[in-house]
Write a protein that binds this ligand. Structure first.
Ligand SMILES: [Zn+2]
Length: 186
């Protein structure tokens, strides 16, 4: 089991080191956020990154958020209690009742893991806690390569960090939500 990696093998992820998020013990609520005006000024039509922690910024319902502050506030430190196929995406259900859809870091669509299907993901992730978040850049194989930021969930465990980290598209952060009142137990 531990010899398998959750990493996408058909993509190149340049993970930036030392960017693990604060755990949920720190709420992140007191961190400064970039003002919208600053954001627009720096943005110039391109996605950019939080000046506090370097994580990519996303727009959710018209508001600009730092991905790690947003994700940490909702699911940081939470234990995975279920992994299930949702309507569109495989979703991780967390102990506090929130879920996060897993989207492909290359295209934002469904994960196309080569060596991890739902049962393996379920067996590997359930019971682990989200101990931090990481970010990096997806680099395509074309010339010139397409590039875009990616987000990653790092789970607790004793394996190499990369083997318990799932890289996802920023869409996954946008998709974090409260699960239905009666989530199916797994
Ligand atoms: Zn893809």
């Amino acid at each position: 089991m531990t010899s398998q990696s959750l990493a996408q093998r058909d993509t190149i992820i340049l993970t930036i080191e030392d960017t693990s998020a604060p755990l949920s013990a720190s709420t992140g609520k007191n961190q400064r956020s970039m003002s919208l005006i600053d954001f627009v000024r720096q943005m110039d039509g391109q996605p950019t990154h939080c000046t506090d922690d370097g994580f990519p910024l996303i727009s959710i319902d018209g508001e600009i958020y730092c991905t790690v502050e947003y994700a940490d506030g909702l699911i940081g430190g939470q234990k995975a209690v279920g992994v299930a196929q949702g309507e569109h995406f495989i979703e991780i259900l967390l102990a506090n009742g929130y879920l996060i859809p897993l989207t492909c870091p290359c295209c934002g669509g469904q994960l196309h893991l080569r060596d991890m299907q739902l049962p393996e993901l379920r067996a590997l992730l359930i019971g682990r806690s989200i101990e931090g978040f990481r970010h990096g850049e997806w680099v395509g194989e074309g010339v010139p390569p397409k590039r875009h930021p990616v987000f990653a969930l790092q789970f607790s465990g004793s394996e190499e960090r990369q083997e318990r980290t799932i890289e996802v598209a920023l869409e996954s952060v946008r998709g974090i939500r409260k699960a239905n009142a009666s989530p199916a137990p797994h």
